[in-house]
Write a protein of this length. Structure first.
Ligand code: 0A1
Ligand code: ZN
Length: 896
């Protein structure tokens, strides 16, 4: 369906360089919520490398007052929302273009461009928001030097910030004041930012390794200053890490982070002026959980690392988005791992990252929004800030590092900056630099094939079989790869797949690995590179059938199929030196039991889907003094309902939920004594610190409490729920408090009804905590269809608003996207609710609506009656005539 001027498909193959370059931009803002005046003086010149064309400037929801070329009035016309100028000076000479427009920030509910939040001004320009501020060549390959003058009422907006350095400030008539900022670095428009309002800052002076002085600042609303220490520490760690690991130093005297509570995404890397969702800045031990602390660390790192990977070298066009995002996620993941002192904590971080990839990206890659890491087309670029671009993109970079080694990768990064600093480039340029810096590597040898990771969508499957030959003392492992077709890509060519591998002997030790033809064994672990559709590895000098540990460390973003026996998986779970595969073995066992129970029709109350061996293995893990708490918590966490659903061809969300709840109850009762011991053994009474080790202890204690409450609810006992409620009241930090509350809610105990209002009353002025309060209820286990009515009731709460993205997500998205059993109702009421909210939100904020719209991505896998009802709901949304491009693209792909 093609709508007028709206749903044009943009194709990567159509890229052409711009007809003009913009060298300098001088912006003046008279800030006023209802009518902000923007004067934009640019110098431009024709791009001699492309055929002459009129200048077509992007604009959106702007009021145009005046256009001058070299100081003279000029003719122009509008083409849709583009401003077209034809009679421009001929030749290569630069000319000046002056454009005067106004806009209405207070009416900007999309939160793209210039908007108002809590009486302050903020901007969001990535990807295409700058055009909502002024007419411009709003594309990342147009890089200009910016100077910015901000004028505003001094009492209302005492702080005036923009990119770069503050060069001048002063008073104006009528209680107004001004500030002038100059950014010393050229940048694309998407990195422009301004902030104006009543803000306070935490400041830190640092000296870099190179001996340069810098000022770091974190700006928040007055009253939130006591929640900025962790963000500042994270920023200081980020600066030090990028210097130490990659030799990349801060290139600005001043680096600012500003927090806003109205933000579509997590945060934004505007040059020298990062703007953050408050969720990823504000933390103190009373209001933030360990998870919040660790998210803040990685998001602060992520945005800071963009200063080089994204800002110094940016994307030629938006199809190259993963050039900066995949690489920067990889960098933030490495940063968080490098901050862990214990190897086990690094492994825990890796497992957590893989869990995100497999529960969110694998379904995306198998659904209607599947796209390559470097997409070929889009309708709305905002829809492509996806787990594929980010997380799968990071895995692609990680495989490059695996293929060239850690030092080789650092060399590759160095070459990348030598070649491309200051440019707007492509994913090809990046891969080429890493390969060229490592000419003898597998990556250099296999580069064209390796780059299929950028061009082919879909998750490859690696199928393995092992044959032991006692007479020959050999073990032959055959690995074959395949990848299902995706829209527009019927046939997939083989990928380059690094496979980390080990063979375990009967004692669980790694055997030396010697391939047939090799002169001597090589100590494990080894990585083999799969390049063909099928490949065979024959290991010699093997005295008894080993258990293979394949894809160690999750060495490639693939699904590994290997027909392990339960006994083999239990062996891996008990012994594998690779913590990832140790965890993975437990997950495989649990998924196997879940699938068997789901297939075996109804799951009666009291059903016990897990076998004794598994329960016994979990008991051993809980009791193992050599394992740390964070790892135990991961192993004991059952695979999520969404992950289980992905392993099935036909999905009945109610059945999955019933079985998983039965599994939880079984672990709760069968291990009740152990949970009690674990809980008591993991009480820390010292000062709160959010480091991985103590976070892990709190996580395991919280898990114990949940299971103890579940067991108590089954048996009717009230001791542990009572203790949990006491814990909730007396906790010294938010992690323990929230875990206790969650234990009561998740077990469905009556005390939850007392604890919830109490929690609200304690934190009524803390928006981020109130978000948690909402999402705990909307994401709670569904019992007889009770959650949807609760969600509707919560939407009537005085604290609810659909306009604030965090709040909308905590109620509506948590329900529709994080609570499968609550959402997928046989009476279709969940889908009706979803379609109404998507339509309602679409009129307010298309980006938030389009993300919610993706809740039904996997509708075609659903069992009846869900499947038909879901399709009908999507069609209802798609039938709406004035949908945004964002939502339109999502629902029309779902129906295609
Ligand atoms: N570049 C940011 C992500 C981002 C994208 C779009 C936004 O506006 C709607 C905001 C942020 C990052 O990767 O952190
Ligand atoms: Zn990013």
């Amino acid at each position: 369906m093609m709508r007028e001027g709206q749903s044009a498909v943009i194709n990567r193959a159509d890229y052409i360089a711009p007809a003009y370059w913009i060298d300098t931009v001088d912006l003046s803002f008279d800030l006023d919520p209802a009518k902000t005046r923007v004067l934009n003086k640019m110098t431009l010149r024709r791009n001699a490398d492309v055929p002459a064309e009129p200048l077509k400037l992007d604009g959106e929801e702007l009021n145009l007052a005046r256009v001058l070329v070299n100081g003279q009035g000029t003719s122009f016309r509008m083409e849709g929302e583009q401003l077209v100028l034809e009679n421009l000076p001929e030749g290569a000479e630069a000319f000046e273009l002056e454009i005067f427009t106004t806009c209405a920030p207070v009416k900007n509910t999309k939160l793209m461009g210039l908007y108002v939040s809590n009486d302050s001004f903020f901007t969001q320009c990535e990807a295409e928001g700058f055009r909502r501020i002024t007419y411009f060549l709003d594309r990342p390959d147009v890089m200009a030097s910016y100077s910015v003058t901000l004028r505003a009422d001094k009492a209302k907006y005492p702080v005036l910030l923009s990119n770069g350095n503050l060069v001048e400030q002063g008073e104006l008539e009528g209680g107004r004041h001004f500030a002038k900022w100059v950014d010393p670095h050229k940048k694309p428009a998407y990195l422009f930012a301004l902030v104006a309002g009543q803000l306070v800052s935490r400041e830190q002076r640092i000296t870099s390794r190179a001996g340069k002085e810098h000022t770091l600042q974190v700006y928040v609303r007055p009253g939130d200053l006591d929640k900025t220490e962790h963000a500042m520490n994270s920023l200081m760690h980020s600066v030090a890490w990028d210097e130490a690991r990659f030799g990349l130093s801060l290139d600005l005297e001043r680096f600012m982070i500003v927090a806003t509570s109205d933000f579509n995404m997590g945060a934004m890397e505007n040059k020298g002026l990062n703007i953050f969702n408050t969720k990823y800045v504000l933390a103190n031990q009373a209001t933030a959980t360990d998870t919040d602390y660790s998210n803040i660390e990685s998001v602060v790192g992520h945005e800071y690392f963009h200063n080089w990977t994204g800002n110094r070298i940016t994307c030629r066009d938006w199809f190259q988005l993963s050039l900066k995002e995949g690489l920067t996620v990889f960098r933030d993941q490495e940063f968080s791992q490098d901050l862990c002192f214990e190897p086990s904590a690094r492994a825990v971080k890796r497992i957590e990252d893989v869990r995100v990839l497999r529960t969110a990206q694998f379904p995306e890659d198998a659904g209607p929004m599947a796209h390559p890491v470097r997409p070929d087309s889009y309708i709305e670029i905002s829809n492509f800030y996806t787990v594929t671009i980010y997380e799968k993109g990071a895995e692609v970079v990680r495989m490059m590092q695996t293929l060239v080694g850690r030092d080789g990768f650092a060399k590759g990064m160095k070459l990348y900056f030598e070649r491309h600093d200051g440019q707007a480039v492509t994913c090809d340029d990046f891969a080429q630099a890493i390969a060229d810096a490592n000419p003898a590597s597998d990556l250099a040898r296999l580069l064209p094939q390796f780059k299929r990771w950028y061009s082919q969508a879909g998750t490859p499957r690696v199928h393995g079989t092992g044959v032991y030959d006692a007479a020959a003392r050999s073990y032959t492992l055959t690995l074959s790869q395949s990848c299902a077709s995706t829209a527009g890509q019927a046939v997939k060519e083989p990928f380059v797949i690094p496979v980390g591998l080990g063979l375990l002997d009967a004692d669980g030790a790694d055997l030396p690995l010697q391939l047939a033809g090799e002169a001597a064994p090589v100590a494990a672990p080894r990585t083999f590179v799969l390049t063909e559709a099928g490949q065979t590895l024959t290991f010699t000098h093997i005295d008894a059938e080993p258990v293979p540990s394949i894809l160690r460390g999750f060495s490639a973003p693939v699904v590994l199929e290997f027909d392990y026996s339960d006994a083999q998986l239990l062996h891996l779970l008990a012994n594998d030196i690779d913590p990832f595969n140790r965890w993975e073995a437990g997950q495989r066992l649990a998924v196997r039991s879940a699938i068997e129970s789901i297939a075996a029709s109804a799951c009666p109350a009291g059903a016990e889907p897990l076998n004794d061996a598994y329960v016994q293995a979990m008991r051993s893990v809980l009791r193992d003094p050599a394992l740390d708490a964070a790892f135990k918590e991961l192993v004991l966490t059952l695979p999520g309902e969404t992950y289980i659903a992905e392993q099935l061809d036909v999905v009945d969300p109610q059945r999955i939920h019933a079985v998983r709840e039965a599994m939880r109850a079984q672990l709760a009762t069968a291990l009740a004594d152990d949970w009690a011991v674990v809980y008591e053994a993991h009480q820390d009474n010292g000062a709160y610190t959010p480091d991985p080790l103590s976070s892990g202890r709190r996580a395991l204690a919280g898990m114990a409490l949940t299971h103890l409450c579940i067991a108590a609810t089954v048996s009717g006992d009230s001791v542990w729920p009572g203790k949990t409620y006491q814990r909730f009241k007396a906790a010294g930090n938010m992690t323990d408090r929230f875990n206790a509350l969650a234990a009561l809610v998740s077990s469905g105990h009556a005390l939850a009804a007392e604890a919830l209002p109490r929690f609200h009353a304690m934190f009524k002025d803390e928006a981020l905590v109130i978000d948690k309060w909402f999402s705990l209820q909307t994401g709670a286990p569904d019992r007889g269809g009770n959650i949807l009515p609760a969600v509707k009731q919560l939407m009537k709460h005085a604290d609810f608003s659909l306009r604030n993205p965090n709040r909308a997500r905590s109620v509506v998205s948590t329900f529709c996207q994080g609570n499968p059993a609550g959402f997928h109702r046989a009476d279709a009421a969940g889908y009706v609710f979803w379609s109404e909210r998507v339509i309602e939100l679409d009129a307010i904020n298309p980006q938030v609506a389009a993300r919610l719209a993706r809740a039904l991505d996997r509708w075609s896998k659903l069992a009846e009656p869900y499947r038909s009802a879901a399709r009908e709901a999507i069609a209802r949304v798609a039938a709406k005539s004035d949908l945004s491009k964002d939502t339109h693209e999502v629902v029309s792909r779902a129906l295609a």
